[in-house]
Design a protein around this ligand. Structure first.
Ligand code: HEC
Length: 200
């Protein structure tokens, strides 16, 4: 694409910012040699909108937790506290004991107890850390991000308790959560295929 076309594309109010003259031709002082994109010397360093993403602002979004527990925040929560969180924030969609719905069931203790095989936490999720990550980012579905980290630890403890994976008096924090061995951990194999139409 030639320089003149680039200027035409950005003509909607950005002419000056893009280093173009009002008639759409490159501004005389644009300078520089065109690179493979044809943009070199024509695009300014900044377009003058947006603000720099500070580390603090990025940190607010950078909340993913890895399967090995990397990224788990400080804090803790008990099964008992989790029951309260669940009743207020989860029960209406997942049912009193996590199996009634109307939305996804959260409890399955053996893959063969329902068909299709129970793809819920107890029988399917290979890492408890992922349950924290998912719950913190995605639930409650209509107001994700509203639970404190302590509340997430607590409700995760409660959901794991419903699945029979932690005792009634369990208190979970980063350390204990990453040490939970999920029954489904060995039900997955690494997909190491390197070719063929199903591999993208
Ligand atoms: C407004 C309804 C609603 C509320 C409230 C809600 N959820 Fe969900 N939840 C859903 C829906 C819908 C899905 C399925 C989302 C999808 O498949 O993309 C889901 C999926 C899940 C899953 C994944 C289930 C699986 O194995 O596939 C978990 C875990 C979960 N919710 C936990 C919670 C917890 C914990 C709370 C309370 C803090 C909560 N949810 C509150 C609607 C809700």
């Amino acid at each position: 694409m030639g320089p003149a076309k680039v200027c035409a594309l950005v003509a909607s109010g950005l002419l000056a910012a893009a280093g173009c003259a009002p008639d759409g031709s490159p501004a005389p002082d644009a300078g520089g040699e065109p690179d493979a994109t044809g943009l070199a010397g024509h695009a300014p360093d900044r377009f003058g909108f947006g603000t720099p993403a500070s580390e603090e602002r990025v940190a607010l979004w950078d909340i993913d937790v890895k399967p090995d527990g990397e990224g788990l925040p400080p804090g803790s929560g008990s099964v008992a506290e989790g029951r309260r969180v669940y009743e207020i924030s989860c029960l209406q969609c997942h049912g009193p004991t996590g199996i009634e719905g109307p939305n996804d069931r959260l409890v399955s203790t053996a893959p063969w107890e329902e068909w299709p095989p129970g793809r819920a936490v107890g029988a399917y999720w290979p890492y408890a850390t992922t349950l924290f990550d998912y719950t913190r980012r995605a639930m409650p579905q209509t107001t994700p991000g509203t639970l404190t980290d302590d509340e997430v630890y607590a409700v995760v403890a409660f959901v794991l308790n419903l699945n029979g994976l932690v005792p009634d008096d369990a208190v979970l924090d980063a350390e204990s959560l990453r040490n939970i061995s999920m029954p489904a951990r060995d039900r997955f194999v690494p997909d190491d295929r390197t070719g063929g139409p199903v591999v993208r």
